[in-house]
Design a protein around this ligand. Structure first.
Ligand code: SF4
Length: 167
């Protein structure tokens, strides 16, 4: 069996989202990994010091998490309050936990300014989406950790099966 998988805590059924709800991912493979003790659950936003519930947040100006890490974009709440520092801190903690546990893969929920890996909301709080990755996804990828969205479990299954089969 290859290494552990970092997983968004809300996908594990923990009520940690900004609205106090979970986003439980029901998938046979996830249930099996859980039984095998292969999942490392973490919420970057809680790790970054945010509470539940909390205001929603988006990355302003249709930018993405890499831009936030590079200091050229901000994560904002609907009031315009800049909460980038907490998001960056949460990403750093997620990376540290992933590295401590030897995670080379992460399964994160898409669309989040932290965990998104395929799409984000554009900062207008109007529901408009664009391609991009959140702050945590960007930092993990910069450190060689592969990030899969909650729609890509089957792809992750295939990757892990190939790794497990390797000599
Ligand atoms: S930061 Fe990630 S794990 Fe935490 S609630 Fe948002 S999507 Fe879920």
């Amino acid at each position: 069996m290859t290494g552990k998988i970092l997983i968004s805590a809300c996908l594990m059924g923990l009520p940690v989202r900004y609205d106090g709800k979970p986003k439980t991912l029901l998938h046979a493979a996830v249930a099996r990994w859980r039984e095998e003790g292969r999942l490392v659950s973490l919420c970057p936003e809680l790790a970054g010091g945010f509470a539940v519930p909390r205001p929603p947040a988006e990355i302003a100006g249709a930018m993405d998490g890499g831009d936030v890490l590079d200091g050229v974009a901000q994560v904002v709440e609907p009031t315009g309050r800049d909460v980038s520092d907490g998001f960056i801190e949460g990403a750093r903690r997620a990376l540290a936990v992933a590295q401590e546990n030897g995670c080379r893969h992460a399964l994160l929920i898409d669309g989040s300014p932290s965990c998104g890996s395929g799409f984000l909301y554009d900062g207008s709080f109007s529901g408009r989406r664009h391609e991009g990755e959140g702050v945590t996804a960007a930092l993990l990828r910069r450190h060689g950790i592969a990030v899969y969205s909650d729609r890509e479990v089957d792809r992750l299954v295939a990757v892990l099966a190939a790794e497990d089969a390797a000599p």
